[in-house]
Write a protein that binds this ligand. Structure first.
Ligand code: COA
Length: 260
């Protein structure tokens, strides 16, 4: 897999490390990055050799410093809506991947960069990471899902504060408000992220995929979410991995999951 704006490396256990690679522009998201992300995640869904994805930014300074502001002068009402629709579609594809996606946030995660991290299933931040939704400084609001995913993750009050003030916050505050799952030193960021991914990949793959689907509807009315959960639970009970997991527990041995 080769892309103009992404570096992709798939290791022997099926972890794809995807690096947004525009370090001279702090990995800002232009149309090419969005096309490349869209294509990669479409491929990742059907490619059995990819079992999980770690997303990061190139260089020591930035995860993704937002959408490419250089292109903003071209936007008017109609093209601005299309721009937001396109970004939301790409980020929805990431969120809907039935395999775990972890953002390794190695620096600035601003605007669309913060929203990209929010579309991932989990986030591990470097101590040097900086998060923020600074769109109000430019006369716009988040358009790639920030007003919707941020409150779902950190609550409406703090999301409102971050979106209205455009404040940049540290990794420690991001951890304190539940925006990131873990914080590591810059040197240990990748190892911490890979350890989290390896833990998930040691579990039954279909159970992980079904868990992601059930968690996806956690913002629906409770009765609807519970219905989805029960349906998926039933499906999981029909898998060979369920039989293996229970048998392994009762035999006091490690399970060997096959994703079936
Ligand atoms: N879009 C386009 N280019 C961007 C960018 C973005 N979102 N963020 C940074 N860049 C570019 C800068 O224009 C600069 O390019 P140049 O060297 O050709 O002039 C390069 O990346 C380095 O950025 P610079 O601003 O010089 O680095 P800094 O360390 O002084 O500041 C930031 C870092 C992140 C604080 C600052 O770049 C910034 O505020 N970026 C915009 C963040 C933002 O508002 N994002 C949301 C957009 S909706």
């Amino acid at each position: 897999m080769s892309y103009d704006t992404l570096l992709v490396d798939v290791d022997d256990v099926g972890i794809a490390t995807v690096t947004v690679n525009r370090p001279d522009k702090l990995n800002a998201l232009n149309a090419q990055v969005m096309d490349d992300l869209d294509h990669f995640f479409e491929t990742a869904e059907r490619e059995a050799s990819i079992r999980g994805v770690i997303l990061m930014g190139a260089g020591p300074k930035s995860f993704v410093a937002g959408a490419d502001i250089a292109k903003f002068k071209e936007l008017d009402g109609a093209s601005g809506k299309a721009f937001a629709d396109r970004g939301q579609a790409v980020f929805n594809r990431i969120e809907n991947l039935p395999k775990p996606v972890i953002a390794a946030v190695n620096g600035f995660a601003l605007g669309g960069g913060s929203e990209l991290a929010l579309a991932c299933h989990l986030r591990v931040a470097s101590e040097t990471a900086v998060f923020g939704q600074p769109e109000v400084n430019l006369g716009i609001l988040p358009g790639y899902g920030g007003t919707q995913r941020l409150p779902r993750l950190v609550g409406l009050g703090i999301a409102t504060e971050l979106v209205l003030t455009g404040a940049m916050i540290t990794a420690d505050r991001a951890y304190a408000i539940g925006l990131v799952n873990a914080v590591a030193s810059p040197d240990e960021l990748m190892e911490a992220t890979r350890t989290m991914m390896a833990t998930i990949l040691s579990k039954a793959p279909l159970a992980v995929a079904k868990s992601l689907r059930a968690l996806r509807v956690a913002d629906q009315p409770l009765a609807e979410g519970l219905r989805v959960e029960a349906d998926l639970f039933g499906e999981a009970c029909d898998t060979a991995d369920f039989e293996e997991g229970v048998d392994a527990f009762l035999s006091k041995r490690k399970p060997l999951f096959r994703g079936r």
